[in-house]
Design a protein around this ligand. Structure first.
Ligand code: F6R
Length: 239
């Protein structure tokens, strides 16, 4: 595990975008595992800027997103499919047909289909992650075991609470989601996590400087052979 320590969110975003850009340069048809939420937005903005300057080409890139809320259609403005178009896909030359987000409305067959899709791609070259305040990765919440493939989860109150800022009220935050499993994430050849802000400091400390345990799902990344944590000073303030 490597840690890239940055001063603030802006520097963190720049450093993470450099790793993603390096992956695209190394393998133009790479498979990127992508995340939503506040943490990766700055990195996506940097990638868009490099694309606009002619420094990056997404034309052969393929992508698989980590997760989607159950019950939201891709055109719902809080769906993760919508988020990805709005924050990245609509602004670069990626072929939308090569982008994938789990369907929130297809039912449980979606889980098998999504894992098969990842397998057919030959796995993920670089997986980008954020970190939940309770240590979740994707929507793999604290549990008594590490999850395997894509599955449907019940969101914890802490996660719904953390995500309610994007919705009109807590009642509107979906109660369930589809997420890649911990095994799917760990099988990516490279994993890059972005973490920013004091509210992530406790999770960073427990996940990467404590025991490997499914009660802190991100802790399993300690086992990954090519894991980089890109975090700002606030997120690293407890270590
Ligand atoms: C998003 C995802 C989540 C977030 C996490 C942190 O696709 O899978 O695990 O990465 O909830 O969210 P932010 O970045 O909003 O603090």
């Amino acid at each position: 595990m490597r840690i890239i320590r940055t001063k603030n969110y802006e520097e963190m975003s720049h450093a993470a975008a450099q790793l993603i850009a390096a992956q695209i340069t190394l393998k133009p048809n790479c498979v990127l595992g992508l995340a939503t939420g506040s943490s990766p937005v700055g990195a996506y903005q940097q990638l868009i800027q490099w694309y606009e300057q002619g420094k990056l080409d997404f034309s052969a890139v393929r992508s698989v997103n980590l997760d989607e809320y159950a019950g939201l259609t891709p055109d719902h403005d809080q769906s993760y499919a919508y988020f990805m178009r709005h924050n990245l896909f609509d602004h670069v030359n990626i072929d939308l047909a090569n982008t994938n987000v789990p369907s929130g409305i297809s039912g449980d067959d979606e889980c098998t289909r999504y894992d098969q899709l990842i397998a057919n791609f030959g796995g993920i070259d670089l997986q980008l992650l954020g970190l939940g305040v309770n240590g979740h990765i994707g929507f793999n919440e604290p549990d008594d075991h590490f999850s395997l493939g894509t599955h449907k989860v019940t969101l914890t109150e802490s996660t719904r609470e953390a995500n309610k800022r994007f919705f009109a009220s807590l009642d509107e935050v979906p109660t369930h989601a589809y997420t890649m499993g911990t095994r799917d994430i760990l099988q990516a050849r490279r994993v890059v996590m972005v973490a920013s802000g004091e509210n992530k400091a406790e999770a960073v400390k427990q996940a990467f400087f404590g025991p490997i345990t499914p009660s802190m799902p991100a802790s399993i990344l300690q086992f990954h052979p090519d894991f980089v944590l890109v975090a700002d000073e606030a997120a690293l303030s407890l270590i």
